[in-house]
Write a protein that binds this ligand. Structure first.
Ligand code: GGG
Length: 354
């Protein structure tokens, strides 16, 4: 029997609630396909920070590197600054394993109500591809006159030709593979960011020329934000920088019904290192501990992990089970208009998986 080792970082807040649900579903899904998963749990996150002064131990990356993939719940705690939690755990993992492609699907499941009155199930179906290792998240900068009245903060974005070309090429290859609208939309703000985003636009044009069968569109990020709401059905693959696509993928998640349905994959497309799979949502301290968090973003992220590990039949089984439960509409958490508890949603998925 083929066995995969999965590193599991539940993290903070609702992360600790959705991870056990994803494990239950994964175990049931792979069993039918002659595959075994061994979960290695790491208790890293804000509690680790309170005890040891760091979000994860010094040797964390070496431990993760031995695994086939990483499942992450959420990071963030009201008593720890957000830049500490993010720079202490999530961002170093993305960079250490060169997980340069962050894939964030936006699909309006039949049975889920979009806040957009005219949107019908199945009609919104696109993927946001976020550059995941550089750009505005490069952490280059510093303070001058730190904490003094005349304080200065400098934050520099880093856009490399290699980094832009590879993410844009990834987006085009995905548009070919999806075989849907065959359209790639590039997001920049080159009227204001006259160096980095101009480099992006040039690289986009050059890569696009090598994919003659794919239609292209270039939007400024403000126009993209508007069009995600005005004409979401027109998008197929959307590619943009680290910060822009982080923001836009919150809009796309809202448009397809809930952040609680938004899955994501942090991929090393070259498969040199483990890739990481996490819901787009954070630790959600406002609902943490109430047993009402929607587990489906985590469960769908776990399905993306199975797809990446080439256990595709099991991934498809999970996606079909999620679609069936959402279409029936009997069991759902409050974020999508229901009254069910987190574990009841997982139970319904397990029932569909048989
Ligand atoms: N699911 C992991 C998590 O907690 N994400 C929330 C977050 O703040 N992510 C930052 C980012 O993806 O840039």
């Amino acid at each position: 029997m083929k066995t995969f080792t999965i590193a599991v970082i539940a993290g903070d807040g609702v992360g600790t609630e959705v991870i056990p649900e994803a494990k239950r579903v994964l175990e049931a899904a792979v069993k039918k396909h002659g595959v075994a998963l061994v979960f290695e749990d790491f208790d890293w996150g804000s509690d680790h920070f309170f005890r040891w002064g760091r979000m994860m131990p010094a040797g964390a990356i070496d431990l993760l590197q031995q695994c086939d993939a990483i499942l992450l719940g959420a990071v963030g705690h009201p008593d720890v600054p957000d830049h500490t939690t993010l720079n202490g755990l999530l961002l170093p993992i993305r960079r250490a394993f060169d997980q340069y492609a962050n894939i964030r699907p936006a699909y309006l499941y039949p049975g889920v109500q979009s806040p957009l009155a005219k949107a019908k199930g199945g009609e919104i179906d696109f993927v946001v591809i976020r550059e995941n290792t550089e750009g505005e998240y490069a952490q280059v900068g510093g303070f001058v006159y730190h904490l003094q009245p005349e304080e200065v903060a400098i934050q520099t974005s880093v856009f490399t030709r290699r980094g832009v070309e590879r993410i844009v090429r990834f987006a085009f290859e995905l548009a070919v593979k999806r075989d849907k609208k065959k359209r790639v939309t590039s997001i920049t703000k080159s009227n204001a960011q006259g160096y980095s985003m101009v480099l992006w636009d040039r690289a986009f044009k050059e890569v696009a020329a090598t994919f003659p069968g794919i239609e292209t569109e270039s939007l400024l990020v403000d126009a993209a934000a508007m069009n995600f709401i005005r004409r979401p059905e027109s998008f197929d693959v959307v590619v943009g920088s680290n910060l822009f696509c982080d923001i836009l993928s919150d809009i796309s998640a809202a448009v397809v019904g809930s952040m609680g349905l938004a899955a994501s994959a942090n991929l090393d497309p070259l498969r040199r290192y483990p890739s990481m799979f996490e819901p787009v949502h954070g630790s959600a301290p406002d609902i943490a501990g109430k047993g009402i968090v929607n587990p489906l973003a985590m469960i769908l992220s776990a399905a993306m992990m199975l797809e990446h590990l080439q256990i595709s039949a099991a991934a498809r089984d999970i996606e079909a089970a999620v679609a069936a439960v959402l279409a029936e509409g009997k069991v759902r958490t409050p974020d999508i208009g229901g009254h069910s508890h987190t574990s009841a949603v997982t139970d319904a998925i397990l029932e569909k998986l048989g």
